[in-house]
Structure formats: C-alpha cells, structure tokens
Design a protein around this ligand. Structure first.
Ligand SMILES: NC(=O)c1ccc[n+]([C@@H]2O[C@H](COP(=O)([O-])OP(=O)(O)OC[C@H]3O[C@@H](n4cnc5c(N)ncnc54)[C@H](O)[C@@H]3O)[C@@H](O)[C@H]2O)c1
Length: 362
C-alpha cells in the first residue's frame, strides 16, 4: 500500500501526458483519488484516448484536462506557463505494435518528435525555476521492455541490457528513451526512466489482447491467436504499474532507469486459456461454453518477438516496489470488470472503433 506521502505528490502539480489512455488514466485516477496532487491531463484524444476512463475524477477541482498534441510546441509552452508543474509523467504515445507495422509515421512523429518537444519545453521552463524547485523537478519518461528486443528461452532484461528494438513501435520508444537520457546528460534536466512489461486491467483499448479475448469470447466470435500462440510476455496489472510510477517519481534517483515487471511470464496461448477458464466459471449459462472452443489460429505478426521477461530486482531493492496482484488475482479482477462494464466496449464502438486485423503489411 502506498501512502500519499510515499507518492511524493502531495500538493504538487503533476502533468500526465496521455492521461486519457489505458495506463495514464489509471495513474490520473490514483493521483487524484489517493493524493492531494493537482493533475493536469495533457492528451490529444487520438483514437486511443477515452475520457470515459476519467469519469470518477472529472469533477475534482484538482483535475484539469488540456486537449493538446504533444508535438504542438505553442500549446505545450502555454500549458507549462499556465500551470507551472512540479513534475511531468510522460505516457502519451502511439502504443499499438500492429498499427506501427501498417503506419509507422505517426509513431515516429508522436513518440520521437513529441518527446523532443516536451523535453525542449520542459527544459525551457525548468531553467526559470529557483534552485529548490529546479532540484525537485522531475521529467519521468514511461517506456516499454520492448526496447530490449527478444529473448530466447532463458534470461531476463535488466536495466543494462542493450537496446535491440524490432518493431517500428519499439524503435520509436527506444529513440525517445535515448532523447530523455541525453537531455539529462547534456542539459542536466532531472529525468527518470522506466521500462515496463505488458499491462492488463480495466479500461484497456479493445484492440489489445486481453480485451479482445474477453469481448470476442462473450459474443461468440473467433478468438484470434497469432502464429502458434507460443510468444511469451510478462504481465503486470495496470494499477501495480501506476503504483510503480508513483514510487519512481517520489524516490527514484535522477538520471536512473527502472525496469518494472510482474514476475508473470505466460505464453499468449496460456493467457487465452486462463481467460476462457474464468469466463466458463463466471458465465456458466453461456451458450459459448467452453469458450476455448472459439480459439482460431491466424497468421503471425511479422517480426513477432518471441519472449520478453523483466528482471525487476532494482526497483524492488532500491524503491521497495513489488506488484500486489498475482496474474491469477489481477486477471480475475479484470474479467469481472469487463463483465460488469459492458458499456466500456460500447463507448469505443461509438467512437468508430472496428476490430479489423492489423499489422500484416510486409
Ligand atoms: N500498454 C502497455 O502494456 C505498456 C507497457 C509498457 C509501456 N507502455 C507505455 O506506456 C504509455 C501508455 O501506454 P497505454 O497502453 O496507456 O497507451 P494508450 O494507447 O492506451 O494511450 C495513449 C494515450 O496517448 C494519447 N496520445 C497519443 N498521441 C498523442 C499526442 N500526439 N499528443 C497527446 N496525446 C497523445 C492518446 O490519446 C491516448 O490517450 C506509452 O508510452 C507506452 O509506450 C505501455
């Protein structure tokens, strides 16, 4: 359990970019509901942003929403002037690997150029602060374990693993990580970096694996598995990730990076099996029982990384963070949440989302 003191966010003004997305909205909800921080959510509201994730905090006087593109220098400069933040947690990004295969341009633009614009504006603003505020300021860049590339059957990524990104998405995130590091080394901006494994939980966009499995299974649609389903990922419950971000922001050492993971390695086939078992149990009357009968193998993603695993020893040893949820407990909570919130999927259909297969362009 993290107290508001530990969060290091009391009475501070914190920018969260991408706060209408999956992880950003979990962080915004925690900061508004569990601390006394003022939160400014900076989000362009792309196809992936959804203000329905923020209904529980929307009325708070400590929550502000700015619909801005992080690539828009003027707009970002204005929000720094208007709110004068103590910290920025940067999550805004194009985040879906399959989309990056079909159209890398927006990934390069937002993830690399957008991060550059934020760094530039943060630095300009930071230089205006007095010494105490300068020392306390943080630019926390949120990144992915995918920058490290693919593992064989053994081993785990540490903070010193070399970068070998394989998809346009992971390459764009790797580039942004390097920019953030450079702004610290060159200009002294007080940065923090974290690289996290696959997140799951409530409020995730329906194009991602676990919401797709749940939605298709309850509607009797085929559940697509890429290739043989033997790609392995480490899974972390989204609220555990948000807690980790708060710990890093409060106690992380300036200029350092932290790997964040759930110690939950599962193949895609295992994940689908576990979700189907939960649905069989929670929907005993469903005409689609057993839900695993809906599984359908489809063409694999080009360049599909085989295995990711995170060594989260540093954040445990230095910041005393470890996940609260097991995959069993987190997945059960997630499936239950989707069953209890059917309007979640409906809110995306209203925004024009259609679940066509992406990421096959070679
Ligand atoms: N989802 C994961 O499993 C995972 C794991 C590790 C790291 N990450 C990283 O965490 C961050 C958040 O991931 P997510 O899954 O919540 O993503 P998401 O796609 O759910 O949300 C991204 C948010 O960023 C906003 N956005 C996109 N482009 C923007 C722009 N140009 N200006 C302003 N806002 C913009 C979108 O509107 C959306 O609200 C990303 O940086 C991602 O690389 C994600």
């Amino acid at each position: 359990m993290i107290t508001s003191d530990m969060a290091g966010s009391d009475k501070k003004t914190i920018f969260v970019t991408g706060g209408a997305g999956f992880i950003g909205s979990a962080l915004v909800r925690q900061l508004v509901l569990e601390t006394s921080a003022t939160v400014v959510n900076i989000d362009k509201l792309t196809y992936a942003g959804n203000l329905a994730s923020l209904v529980s905090v929307a009325e708070s006087e400590r929550y502000h929403f700015e619909q801005c593109d992080i690539c828009d220098r003027e707009a970002i400069s204005r929000v720094f002037r208007d709110y004068r933040p103590d910290a920025i947690v940067h999550l805004a990004a194009e985040s879906h690997v399959d989309r990056s295969i079909d159209g890398p341009g927006s990934f390069i633009h937002t993830n690399i150029h957008g991060t550059y614009v934020l760094l530039e504006q943060a630095l300009t603003y930071w230089k205006t602060l007095d010494d105490a505020k300068k020392a306390a300021f943080r630019f926390h860049h949120v990144s992915t374990d995918e920058v490290y590339g693919s593992l064989g059957d053994i081993g785990a990524f540490t903070e010193t693993t070399s970068y070998e990104p394989n998809s346009p998405y992971s390459a764009s995130k790797a580039a942004s990580d390097h920019l953030v590091r450079a702004w610290h080394q060159t200009y002294g901006l007080p940065v923090l970096l974290s690289n996290c494994s696959n997140n799951y939980g409530p409020y995730q966009h329906p194009e991602k694996l676990i919401p797709t499995i749940i939605s298709n299974a309850i509607n009797g649609q085929p559940i697509p598995i890429y290739g043989k389903g033997d790609n392995v990922r480490d899974w972390l419950f989204v609220d555990d990730h948000a807690h980790a971000l708060r710990s890093i922001l409060a106690k992380g050492k300036v200029g350092e990076k932290y790997n964040v993971g759930g110690h939950n390695e599962f193949s895609n086939m295992q994940v689908v099996g576990l979700v189907c078992d939960l649905l069989d149990e929670l929907l005993p009357q469903s005409e689609y029982n057993p839900h695993a009968s809906l599984i359908e193998f489809v063409t694999d993603r080009p360049g599909h990384d085989k295995r990711y695993a995170i060594d989260a020893g540093k954040i445990k040893a230095e910041l005393n963070w470890s996940p609260s949820e097991t995959f069993e407990s987190g997945l059960r909570a997630t499936v239950q949440w989707y069953l209890e919130n059917p309007e979640w999927h409906a809110s995306w259909s209203k925004k024009g989302f259609d679940s066509q297969r992406l990421g096959l362009r070679q």
